[in-house]
Design a protein around this ligand. Sequence first.
Ligand SMILES: [Fe+2]
Length: 226
Amino acid sequence: MPIMPHTFSASFLNHEPASATVQRLAVREAMPALSESRQQSPIEMLLALLRTMETHNPGHGDRTANYAVALGNAVGLARADLIHLHYAALLHDIGKLTVPDEILEKDGPLTGEEYALVQSHPRAAAELLEPISFLRVQTVLIAHHHERWDGTGYPYGLRGSFIPLGSRILAVADTFDALTSNRPYQPARHPESALRLLQRIAGSQLDPELVKVFVGLTAKFLEPAT
Ligand SMILES: [Fe+2]
């Protein structure tokens, strides 16, 4: 069953990004609550599985989570929403477990069929996570992490602020880490080059306000991915 954002009313899932409100709460301050969460054990099991399969870009989930939480914190998300976002980021590529490694690691152009399979991963993740009631928020955020600000993304072609805010944050964090990581089809960019590219795709692929905030934050974590 498709997961659509209107099935949830929490403001975190569908509100406009805070404009200039950049709170100074350090990301690490939000982290202790994670260890108190009842979700830890089953989520950790999922994460362990995911990390063993993350051979095409080791550490991608963890780095994406760090960037996403920093950005979510900067736009004023509540601590509970930061925790949801943290786990959503860690799990965001779990749908790629349904895509063969030879496609994920292919260094040439994908065929139409292969590309369609890669594009199916947000929907596959939603189908995988939807039965897990304590991951309901994460399911929605992950389902929409490849939507684009201009409405040309997938799987639903949602546009602008109709895309859940948490998913728009994931998209910025995910894109930055992908650009600064060595991939089979492209070498890692220097972070400054990646930020310039983010600014070029702000307003088409990515939420322009979020990109602006993210660029302002990068001094805190401007280290090339290893
Ligand atoms: Fe993805």
